[in-house]
Design a protein around this ligand. Structure first.
Ligand code: G3P
Ligand code: CA
Length: 271
């Protein structure tokens, strides 16, 4: 494969573990993130939602049904209730052939504060990439709370800590809110493969990183080059297949967001 493109900063692309090392461990659990860090991920991605009593928790879906043994909408439930659920047993692990390795595990809910503590405990440079979900419910409260928590840990100014935070969202409104509440926080506008073309070609003012889904990059090979020419980084999700990893390396994307950080780490290090 030709290595035609280069990441903007000249170094290798960053390996970002999507929901932790979520191919193996139940997504968004402590085990998933600790595994990703041990596997040498440059960063970890998580989705955040607000509970009914306004705590930020690391959960992807609107409902708890898929990834816990409970039922209901995250933002209708209180933290204590969510903490009582099991967030691990829903997932069967890939068979490693090791009879010692259990095929399922119980796991606790992870709050954003616990995730930040985990990232800090790595004690090495690590990107913490936080996606705000349900941006319309509670009108900006998710972004406000996020900025408050980051402020508590002194993570709002890049370069202050070994942990570098980026905020991501599919919502331009969330981007605007974050720009207002935390002007120095890096922001990534996520772009859905079905999104209208104008957003594929440019970014709203003040956003310097594009976050396209892999199908966009696969279909529009000029996407990365065009954004690089405009000084925008390109962070691509969710890149698990060998062919997609190759395409990302060839195009010189700036970050590869993957459920399989150990596989992508190996591919990046082999270049
Ligand atoms: O990293 C971006 C990606 O996570 C966006 O999609 O649905 O996995 O949150 P989703
Ligand atoms: Ca996400």
């Amino acid at each position: 494969v030709d290595r035609n493109g280069k990441p903007l900063n000249g170094g290798p692309p960053k390996v970002i573990a999507h929901r932790g090392s979520s191919h193996v461990e139940p997504e968004h659990t402590l085990g998933a993130y600790e595994r990703a860090i041990a596997e040498g991920a440059d960063g970890i991605e998580c989705d955040v939602r607000l509970t009914a009593d306004r705590h930020l928790v690391c959960v992807h879906d609107r409902r708890v049904n898929r990834t816990s043994n409970g039922k209901g909408v995250v933002s209708d439930l209180e933290l204590a209730h969510l903490e009582d659920l099991d967030w691990g047993s829903w997932k069967r692990r890939p068979d490693t052939g090791d009879p010692e390795e259990p095929d399922r595990n119980q796991a606790n809910l992870l709050t954003l504060r616990q995730l930040i503590l985990t990232a800090l405990a790595a004690n090495r440079p690590l990107d913490l990439v936080i996606e705000t979900k349900h941006p319309t419910r509670y009108a900006g409260e998710v972004e406000r709370q996020l900025v408050q928590v980051l402020h508590e840990f002194d993570l709002l100014i890049p370069g202050n800590s070994l942990v570098t935070v980026r905020a991501m969202s599919f919502s331009t409104l969330a981007m605007q809110r974050l720009a207002k509440y935390a002007p120095h926080l890096q922001r990534v506008l996520l772009i859905e493969p079905g999104a209208p073309l104008p957003f594929r070609d440019g970014l709203p003012r003040g956003v310097a990183i594009a976050g396209p889904g892999m199908p966009i990059v696969r279909r529009h090979r000029g996407f990365v080059q065009k954004h690089h020419a405009a000084g925008h980084q390109v962070h691509v999700w969710t890149v698990d297949k060998p062919r997609d990893i190759e395409i990302c390396l060839d195009l010189g994307v700036d970050a590869i967001i993957t459920n399989k950080p150990s596989v992508v780490r190996e591919a990046v290090d082999a270049v």
